[in-house]
Every structure is written in C-alpha cells, then in structure tokens.
Write a protein that binds this ligand. Structure first.
Ligand SMILES: [Zn+2]
Ligand SMILES: [Zn+2]
Length: 123
C-alpha cells in the first residue's frame, strides 16, 4: 500500500479562484479569533494552513483551537505517543511503532471515548 499523504481527502479551494473570505479560526480558551491570512501567504491555501495554525497554537499554548480535534496514538506498553491532525497520520505512526516494538497502540480522537487498537502485523 503506498504511503501517500492525505491530499485526496481534502478539497482545496480552486487555486485559480479569488479568496474572498480569509478563513478564521477561534479559540474559546484564549478568547480570541485569528484570520489565517498570514499562514495562507506563507503556506498556500487550504487545510494545511489550518493544520499548521493548530499545531503552532498547541505548541505555544498547550491546547488546540476550536474545531480541531487531533488524533492521538498512545502506546499501551511504553510512554511513546503522538498527536496528529489526521486519522491516517496517527495510524501510520501506530503501525510503525507496533511493527518495531510489537507494542499495542491506542488510536483515537481527542475528546472521544472511542479508540481502536493497532497492534503489530503478523509476519
Ligand atoms: Zn488557545
Ligand atoms: Zn510502545
């Protein structure tokens, strides 16, 4: 299976179209709202800007802004774990970790109880 990125899942705005609305992102914990014009200039259009903003926000404040619920991959056997903004990225990490360590990894979305277990593939 090719390890492709998630581009296919996203529906980027028409690159030739005008951006009339600068996307905004809000954080109730900070009580602020930002427009993503800066990130858009820097990174181009689409989800990437929102993801980048969300990751930066987490890095600087310790939490994600509104509407962004990361996927968590959390090893049951050791303290390793990651947060990713896509299911696929979290699972990819979990599969790799399980493969190398034969640990079981919980993958689930922040704020949701449900999670699934990724364990080592049979070889
Ligand atoms: Zn915040
Ligand atoms: Zn582990």
């Amino acid at each position: 299976m090719p390890d492709s990125f998630d581009e296919d899942e996203f529906d980027p705005l028409d690159p030739d179209g005008e951006i009339d609305d600068t996307p905004t992102i809000a954080c109730t914990r900070c009580g602020r709202e930002w427009d993503l014009g800066y990130e858009l200039d820097d990174l181009g259009i689409g989800n990437q800007a929102i993801e980048q903003f969300a990751l930066d926000h987490k890095r600087h404040t310790g939490h994600y802004p509104d509407g962004v619920a990361p996927w968590l991959a959390d090893c049951r056997n050791c303290p390793e774990g990651v947060e990713r903004l896509s299911d696929e990225a979290a699972r990819r990490w979990a599969r790799t970790h399980a493969r190398h360590t034969r640990h079981e990894v919980d993958v689930g979305r922040a704020n949701e109880e449900e999670s699934s277990i990724v364990d080592a593939p049979e070889e």
